[in-house]
Every structure is written in C-alpha cells, then in structure tokens.
Design a binder for this molecule. Structure first.
Ligand code: AMP
Length: 283
C-alpha cells in the first residue's frame, strides 16, 4: 500500500521523478508540526507525514498510554496543509513479534535527555531509520525544539547512508512558540491552567541566562541562576540546564568561538518540558 502510493507520487513529475519530503510526528498536531509541513511543501514536490506514537522511545514510567491520540483530527489538518500521504502504521506493523534490532547513536545520545531518559534516543533512532527506509524520502524535516533528537538523526542518517551523500537532507526548523514564549508541544495540553501560566517562565529565564552568558558572566553562575529562576517560578525540578556545543552537544564550561546552545529540561506538575536556544559567541 505505502509502496504503491509512493510510486504514484514519484511518477507524478515525469521523467526525473518527483521529490518527496518526510515529516515524522507522533500526532496531536499543533502549529509547530504544521510549520514543518509548510517548510517541507516549499522544498519538495510532495510531503509524506507520518504519525506513530513510538513505544520504543518511552521509558517504563513515562506517558506512553496517556500520550494524546487524535488521528482523524490530525489527518484533516494534514490534508488541509496539502500533505500528499499520511503514513500511520500501527505498533504491530512497525514492530512485529520477533523484532530484535536496536539502533544506538553514540556520543550525541549520551548526555542531556539521553542521560535523563535511558534508551530514549535508541528508540528514536530505530523508528526514524525504519521510517526513512519505508518512505525513502529525498529530505526530512525535524524541529529544533528537539535539538538533541535532530543531532541524533543527522548523525544516523550520515552514518547509515539514509540520505544522499553531500546533500543536507535533514532539515532543522526553528522552534515555534506560543504568544507568551512557551515552545509549542503536544505535552503542553497536560498542564493545568496555573501550570500553563507558570510554564512561560522557562523561556523567559533562559533568555535572561543567555543575556548574562553573552554578556560575559561566568557560565556556571548563570546556569545556577537559571535553575533557581525555574524553580522559583513553580517548576518541581530541573532535569538539566546546560550550555553545550551546538554540534557535538558536549557540555561547555565557557563560551568559546564555536556555536553554543542552552538546553533545559524541567518538570512542572507531572509534565516534563524541554526547550533550547542559541547562544551567540562574543563578536
Ligand atoms: P513530535 O510529534 O513531538 O514527535 O514532533 C514531531 C516533529 O515536530 C519533531 O521533529 C519535533 O521536533 C517537531 N516539533 C515539535 N514541536 C515543535 C515546535 N514547537 N516547533 C518546531 N518543531 C516542533
């Protein structure tokens, strides 16, 4: 079914064949996802979106069962955005009994969310590799919202020849935010109204810390201040608040000449939120 539909899409542009972009998602779509779709439509002839709530990327005590599922509503949104094909396999089709393969991307998977959520990025890499092989896209779009995920996918796609060589086929899209600055996320709908209001303190506190670091303040002091601000705003705990090299994601104790990123994961109520922003090196 998928193969036939893809062959038809490919054939739609005559001799050279049409280009296909993949936008992988777990559904419960919001404007962040739709921004990926719009970027993909601008770059490729056809967009294939996938919706799959991937059990392999959830830990045992995480929110797999509670994760919002609204396939009919999502399908209508994707159709309205001009998506040519929605690929929404069920768990048995993706992981038939006897499924035994695991893909691990060393290095970029290790710290940050990888340390806080053991096995998470193996699950992400394994499902993304399957989606690439199933759809065989010319390019794929991922959000910078999940900055470490983007690094994992880029590394895997290069290492396993999932995309054409020497082509930047993994395209990162800047984070789409709510009016108060909170990064859009399917998990924001878990928040109580009070927690939702308090959650906007996260990006604000991050911007304050970035201004301090860019202004030459000591990084460790700025990160300690950031943690304190997040907790003071009503968050229950901070999984991590780190300055990292944008490419390797290795932790940085000082701001150097290479691009840097501030990355945070923090819990409010029962919800774990992540965010990240660029930090500019001094001119
Ligand atoms: P998810 O459904 O959470 O797995 O996300 C699917 C894709 O949408 C991933 O590449 C995410 O990074 C991306 N995404 C999620 N939220 C946002 C956002 N607020 N802005 C940009 N991209 C996003």
């Amino acid at each position: 079914m998928l193969r036939t539909a893809l062959a038809q899409l490919r054939a739609s542009e005559g001799h050279g064949g049409a280009t296909v972009a993949l936008v992988p998602t777990m559904g419960a779509l919001h404007d962040g996802h739709l921004t990926l779709v719009r970027r993909a439509r601008a770059e490729a002839d056809h967009v294939v979106a996938s919706i799959f709530v991937n059990p392999k990327q959830f830990g045992v005590n995480e929110d797999l069962d509670a994760y919002p599922r609204q396939l009919a509503e999502d399908a209508a949104m994707l159709e309205a955005e001009g998506v040519a094909l929605l690929w929404a396999p069920d768990v048995e089709a993706m992981y038939p009994s006897g499924f035994a393969t695991n893909i691990g991307v060393a290095g970029v998977s290790d710290g940050l969310c990888g340390a806080a959520r053991p096995g998470h990025f193996d699950g992400v890499a394994t499902v993304a590799c399957k989606l690439f092989n199933q759809v065989q896209p010319d390019m794929a779009f991922f959000g910078e919202k999940d900055f470490q995920q983007l690094a994992v996918i880029r590394t895997m796609a290069r290492d396993l020849d999932l995309t054409r060589p020497h082509v930047d086929a993994i395209i990162g899209v800047p984070t789409v935010r709510e009016a108060d600055g909170l990064a859009m996320s399917s998990r924001n709908r878990y928040l109580t109204p009070d927690d939702r209001r308090a959650a906007a303190a996260l990006p604000h506190a991050m911007r304050t810390a970035i201004a301090a670091i860019e202004g030459g303040d000591d990084v460790a002091t700025a990160l300690a201040g950031l943690q304190a601000d997040i907790l003071a705003a009503g968050f229950a705990s901070v999984d991590y608040a780190e300055l990292a090299d944008s490419r390797s994601l290795a932790p940085l104790g000082t701001l150097g000449k290479t691009p840097a990123r501030l990355l945070v994961a923090a819990r409010i109520g029962n919800t774990r939120l992540i965010d990240n922003m660029a930090v500019n090196a001094p001119a």
